[in-house]
Design a protein around this ligand. Structure first.
Ligand SMILES: *Cc1c(COP(=O)(O)O)cnc(C)c1O
Length: 352
C-alpha cells in the first residue's frame, strides 16, 4: 500500500533500519539529560540548519505537535495576534489562540486570492502576525515573496508561520519570519509525535522579555533548557534520532524542493487535461507544491478513492469544507518518483 495521505503520511523507506539502529544502540532508553542525548540534539539541530538553510543565529526546539505550537505561542507572547487564513488549519490556529487570548484577531481571505494585508493596518499595534504558509486542508501556499512583503511592511512585529506540510519539502526563506514550526509526520517522513519550532533571536528576546513561565511548555523554559541542548520534558528521543538519520540522508532543500516543484507542475498539468476533475485552486502561483487538492463531483471522488484502494494506493480525503468534493495528494520528499508515476497512471486510467 502506498499512502498519498498528507499526514500522517508515508514514512521514509529506510525507517525500520534506522529504528533498529536506535534500539541496538540504546538510544530508545537513553536519559534525556545525558551527554549522549545532548550531543544527539545538538547534532540534529545543526543538520536541520544546514539542510534547510536556516540562518545560524536561529534556534531549533523540539516539541510534541504543531497543535502544541499554537498554544506555546498564544501563552508566550504579549500583545495581540493577527491570524490570516483561508482554510481549516489557519482557522484552527486562530481558534486555539482565542481560547487563551480572546483579543486575537482573525482575517479570512479568499481561496482564489493571494494573501493580502492591505485591508488591515497593524502599524499602531504590537504583536504576532500568524500565517499558515501551506494550508493542508485546501492545498494552497503563501509564497516567500508574500512573506517578505509582510516583513517589509511590519518590520517590528513578530511573524509566526505554520509550515507543517511544507517545511522539509518546500524552499522557504527562513530569514523572512521569526517563528516557523512543523510536525514531523508530513515532509520529514517520520512517525507522528514531534514538532520542530525554529525561532529567530528577535522571537527569543521577545519571549524572554515577556517572561511567561506558568506552563511546562512556556517558551522561556523551552529556551532555557535548549541552551544545554535539553528539553523541558522527556522528549521523543526516538523521533529525534530518526530525524537525524533522515536529514543526514537528504539533499539540501533547494534540490529537494526543485524535484517536488517539477512533480507538482506535471501533476497539475495532467489534472488539467482531465474533464472529470480540476485543481481546487485556480490560481497557479497559490497552488501548493507539497499538497495537491483536486475537486470533482462527490460521487466521482468517492469512486476514485475506493478504486485507488483496490490498486494499493491511498488517496487523501478532502478536509473541512472541501471534504466531500476533493481528494488530496501528498507530494512529500519520501514519496519516490516511481510512486508518483504509479499514481498518475492510475489516475489516467480512471479519470475517463
Ligand atoms: C497537520 C497540520 C497541523 C497539525 O499537526 P499536529 O502534529 O497534529 O499537531 C497543523 N497545521 C498544519 C498546516 C497541518 O498540516
Amino acid at each position: 500500500m502506498i499512502s498519498f495521505y498528507p499526514g500522517p503520511s508515508k514514512v521514509e523507506n529506510k525507517l525500520s533500519e534506522y529504528f533498529a539502529e536506535a534500539h541496538s544502540q540504546g538510544i530508545l532508553s537513553m536519559n534525556h539529560r545525558s551527554p549522549g542525548c545532548m550531543q544527539l540534539v545538538e547534532e540534529t539541530s545543526s543538520l536541520i540548519k544546514k539542510k534547510l538553510n536556516v540562518p545560524e543565529e536561529y534556534s531549533i526546539f523540539y516539541v510534541s505537535a504543531a497543535t502544541e505550537c499554537w498554544e506555546i505561542l498564544a501563552q508566550s507572547y504579549d500583545g495581540i495576534s493577527y491570524h490570516f487564513y483561508n482554510g481549516s488549519f489557519g482557522e484552527k490556529w486562530f481558534n486555539a489562540t482565542r481560547k487563551i487570548k480572546p483579543q486575537a484577531i482573525g482575517y479570512q481571505f479568499d481561496l482564489s486570492k493571494e494573501l493580502k494585508l492591505g485591508e488591515l493596518d497593524l502599524s499602531m499595534e504590537e504583536g504576532l502576525i500568524c500565517i499558515t504558509q501551506n494550508e493542508t486542508s485546501n492545498g494552497t501556499r503563501v509564497s516567500n515573496k508574500r512573506i517578505a512583503k509582510v516583513r517589509k511592511k511590519y518590520p517590528d512585529h513578530l511573524i509566526a508561520i505554520d509550515a507543517t506540510s511544507s517545511l522539509g519539502g518546500a524552499f522557504l526563506q527562513i530569514e523572512n519570519a521569526d517563528i516557523w514550526y512543523a510536525s514531523v509526520q508530513k515532509c520529514f517522513g517520520l512517525p507522528a509525535g514531534m514538532a520542530l519550532m525554529i525561532c529567530s533571536p528577535k522571537a527569543i528576546e521577545a519571549a524572554m522579555n515577556y517572561a511567561e513561565n506558568k506552563h511546562y511548555n512556556s517558551l522561556t523554559s523551552i529556551i532555557q533548557n535548549m541552551e544545554k541542548n535539553q528539553t523541558t520534558h522527556t522528549p521523543n528521543v526516538a523521533n529525534i534520532y530518526l530525524l537525524n538519520r533522515v536529514m543526514n540522508e537528504r539533499k539540501n532543500i533547494s534540490k529537494v524542493a526543485n524535484k517536488l516543484e517539477k512533480r507538482a507542475a506535471e501533476f497539475y498539468e495532467f489534472i488539467g487535461t482531465k474533464d472529470m476533475v480540476n485543481p481546487l485552486v485556480d490560481k497557479k502561483n497559490i497552488r501548493s507544491n507539497t499538497v495537491f487538492s483536486v475537486k470533482g463531483k462527490p460521487e466521482s471522488i468517492e469512486r476514485l478513492k475506493s478504486k485507488a484502494l483496490e490498486k494499493g494506493l491511498t488517496l487523501g480525503n478532502g478536509y473541512g469544507e472541501w471534504k466531500g468534493h476533493t481528494f488530496r495528494v501528498a507530494n512529500f520528499p519520501q514519496i519516490t518518483n516511481k510512486e508518483m508515476k504509479k499514481l498518475l497512471s492510475f489516475l489516467d486510467e480512471n479519470l475517463t
